[in-house]
Design a protein around this ligand. Structure first.
Ligand code: AMP
Ligand code: MG
Length: 398
């Protein structure tokens, strides 16, 4: 959501390098102190008072460390950085939480290096440079994301279009050169947008754009993929509980350290960032929103947002203000939140209810909230909000 890898800045600003909170290291430290204390005391068996002293000291240290380890969670590491054009925060629990978070950030940066059209050395930039020319060999990760994008392009009959690049460039939404283009410019750019003209050769591992002037833009899917890669890195370091936030693309690993589900808030589209209108308690789940409030500019009272309808060449007008999708993998949740937004409430919900393990929450311009049936009894909406479940005639008020 909100990310436009194409126009995003690639500067990596570390806002808060690393916080290693008490809980992990103290536990290990405590163990060491206990062992050292014990063996030294053991050698001096005659010095009983000393032994008692060491024993008591060790007991106190272990007890204090134990207080910091509820449910056996050995440590927490929290880090916030700027990557993929957005603020990324990872909070992970585990004895190797610190290394895990560092690896996770490396993975996110690797995705940015491959999939940002702004990075001249990226796969996407290389494919775009060769538009109308030769196939470009890309990394397996890029091929995977392009294949996923093809799937969502097909599922949405071309509404989700990874070849949206020419229109994204033309509008420049989210950049300092955003403007309303002329109808002629829109028509010219629109004629270069068609995901069916993206040739994928799986055996050779290449991607080719059939016509000169075409351009890939993976801004609707790359952040989700990056979140999945970050989660993989955490798992490899033994992390079982984590919260990954890529500018509002949320992916949670396991449950909270106390065993209760993570509680993910859904942004209120009319309020400042961080103000939510609903909460979903989840475990091992991605929760991703796409909305008009993410990136936009206003001119003469009209809001022009960043999700472009490839059929018209203008920001999509489907009556949706925000679409949130829950799925096991963030790559799917990310692509689907944009897809649902582009399809509109009915077609969007119809698609979501056909996909196993996928749920959605849609907010429309008239402040209606619609959720997929699987969220009944799960989603909690704030006071004053009414929620309807797709396919049901009743509404649930809060
Ligand atoms: P998201 O915030 O995930 O919904 O993705 C929005 C971003 O996806 C935009 O900033 C563009 O980079 C890109 N995008 C815009 N329109 C489309 C579209 N019709 N299909 C696929 N990607 C799009
Ligand atoms: Mg998306």
């Amino acid at each position: 959501m909100g990310v436009n890898v194409n126009t995003s800045t690639t500067t990596h600003v570390e806002t808060h390098k690393e916080t290693h909170k008490p809980g992990g290291a103290p536990a290990r430290y405590a163990k060491g102190r206990y062992a050292r204390g014990w063996s030294r005391a053991h050698r001096w068996t005659a010095a009983l008072p000393r032994l008692t002293f060491w024993f008591m000291l060790a007991a106190v240290v272990v007890a204090v460390a134990g207080c910091n380890r509820p449910g056996g969670a050995p440590g927490v590491s929290v880090r916030t950085s700027f990557a993929l054009g957005t603020l990324v925060q990872i909070r992970a629990y585990g004895s190797k939480a610190r290394e895990a978070v560092s690896d996770a950030f490396d993975r996110i940066e690797a995705v940015e290096a491959l999939m940002s059209a702004n990075v001249a050395t990226s796969d996407v930039a290389a494919v775009n440079r060769e538009a109308g020319g030769l196939p470009t060999r890309v990394a397996d990760d890029t091929l995977y994301v392009v294949k996923k994008a093809r799937r969502y392009g097909d599922l949405s009959r071309g509404r989700f279009d990874m070849a949206i690049g020419p229109l994204v460039r033309l509008w420049g939404i989210g950049t300092n050169h955003a403007r309303v283009p002329s109808p002629e410019e829109v028509a010219a750019a629109r004629s270069l947008v068609d995901h069916r003209d993206v040739e994928i050769d799986e055996t050779r591992g290449t991607v080719r754009l059939r016509r000169a002037g075409m351009a890939l833009d993976l801004g609707a899917i790359a952040k989700g993929f990056a979140a999945d890669r970050a989660a993989e890195a955490l798992l490899q370091q033994g992390v079982k509980s984590a919260f990954i936030d890529l500018g509002g693309n949320i992916l949670v690993l396991g449950s909270k350290p106390d065993g209760s589900p993570w509680r993910v808030g859904i942004q209120n589209p009319w309020k400042e960032r961080g103000a939510t209108f609903a909460v979903v308690p989840v475990r091992d789940m991605a929760v991703v929103s796409s909305g008009t409030y993410e990136r936009f500019f206003e001119q003469a009272g009209t809001r022009y947002h960043h999700i472009i309808d490839p059929d018209t060449g203008y920001p999509a007008e489907t009556g949706i203000v925000s679409a949130t999708v829950l799925a096991r993998r963030a790559v799917d949740a990310d692509a689907l939140s944009t897809t649902v937004f582009l399809l509109g409430p009915s077609n969007g919900m119809r698609l979501v209810t056909q996909l196993p393990g996928v749920q959605a929450v849609i907010v429309t311009q008239d402040r209606q909230v619609m959720a997929s049936p699987g969220l009944r009894g799960v989603i909690e909406v704030s006071k004053g909000w009414t929620i309807r479940f797709y396919g049901a005639s009743d509404a649930q008020e809060s």
